[in-house]
Design a protein around this ligand. Structure first.
Ligand code: ADP
Ligand code: F6P
Length: 322
């Protein structure tokens, strides 16, 4: 193999740059040229490629976001779009591709594999909803950002004897909300997997008040069926729980900033592994962290379902918050 390409796609995640760097330098070590595709599948369809030398990935290991940028591309969802993508790769003499991204991006990668392009996916998404891997790139950094925010909010909540509703990201998955609720000592957590009614949340906050707590925190995943604003409305207009109530939506702050040591290591290991798999002639696979090892499963299996939540954590959150 003489030439491969790499792209980052879907929501950016801290550690994507560390993965790009590992891909580029591992390939160069094996005398393979690497092209970066800018803006994901949009850039693929536009032929927006640039060669990445070792110098070009210098100084990016610790940077958040992605130097290749990312995008969401509707055209690539169509068969015609996918064939155009294959044509662009052929025009540039690119023999293999590494896609770093979430479920949607990895589904796109599977389509290219089915068209005959050697492809390896790397799971990169803050949501930790990708099946088959214990952790995706970006999750640990995001959890640390959420915990930092939660700790700060608890300080001010305690000082004023207030309850805070804190909304985390997680489009279809409550992993970030649940883990930050456990690790940040929240009173209650609301997720798409275990939704809660406005009454249940109000009761949990009131219970904390009646037991003499100086603050109460509810963490709500953005993808929950009852929207955060409905909880706020209910608490402000229909049920007094003792505490004054405030709302903080953490939003895209959760996706920015320097990757944690864990994410740098995960991204580096997966980047090296992905190139080695391509060099060994493998395709249609996704790198995965299973236990302490970097393994692989088929892209087909990886995108076939969302990563299930560990049910034991829900129970742990409930009794540890008492
Ligand atoms: P993520 O990768 O973070 O889950 P998206 O679901 O938005 O993000 O997907 C990112 C991009 O992947 C989409 O904009 C699209 O270009 C591509 N994609 C998603 N689903 C498919 C699909 N079924 N077939 C082909 N490409 C897809
Ligand atoms: O999938 C990652 C994610 O950050 C989700 O948690 C969130 O719902 C979504 O992306 C936000 O997407 P956008 O950047 O398009 O607002």
């Amino acid at each position: 193999m003489k030439r491969m390409a790499v792209m980052t796609s879907g929501g950016d995640a801290p550690g994507m740059n560390a993965a790009i760097r590992a891909v580029v330098r591992t390939a160069i070590e094996h005398n393979v040229e690497v092209f970066g595709i800018r803006q994901a599948y949009t850039g693929l369809l536009n032929g927006d490629f640039e060669q990445l030398t070792s110098a070009e990935v210098s100084g990016i290991l610790q940077r958040g976001g992605t130097i290749l940028q990312t995008a969401r591309c509707e055209e690539f969802r169509t068969e015609l779009g996918q064939k155009k993508g294959l044509r662009r790769l052929n025009e540039k003499g690119i023999e293999a591709l590494i896609v770093i991204g979430g479920n949607g991006s990895l589904t796109g990668a599977l389509k290219l594999h089915e068209l005959g392009v050697p492809v390896i996916g790397i799971p990169g998404s803050i949501d930790n909803d990708i099946y088959g891997t214990d952790m995706s790139i970006g999750v640990d950094s995001t959890l640390n950002i959420i915990l930092d925010a939660l700790d700060r909010l608890r300080d001010t909540a305690t000082s004023h004897q207030r309850a805070f509703l804190i909304e985390t990201m997680g489009r279809n998955c409550g992993y970030l909300a649940l883990m930050s609720a456990i690790l940040g000592g929240a009173e209650i957590v609301v997720t798409p997997e275990r939704p809660k009614t406005v009454e249940e949340v109000a009761n949990a906050l009131e219970d904390a008040y009646l037991r003499g707590k100086s603050h109460a925190i509810a963490v709500i995943a953005e993808g929950s069926p009852v929207k955060t604003i409905e909880f706020v409305d209910y608490l402000n207009n229909q049920k007094a729980v003792g505490f004054e109530v405030r709302l903080t939506i953490l939003g895209h702050i959760q996706r920015g900033g320097s990757p944690s040591a864990f994410d740098r290591l995960l991204a580096t290991r997966m980047g090296v592994h992905a190139v080695n798999m391509l060099l060994a002639g493998e395709s249609g696979m996704m790198t995965a962290m299973q236990g302490r090892k970097i393994e692989a499963l088929t892209l087909e299996e990886a995108v076939s379902q969302l990563r299930p939540m560990n049910e034991a954590y829900f129970d742990m959150q409930r009794f540890l918050s008492r």
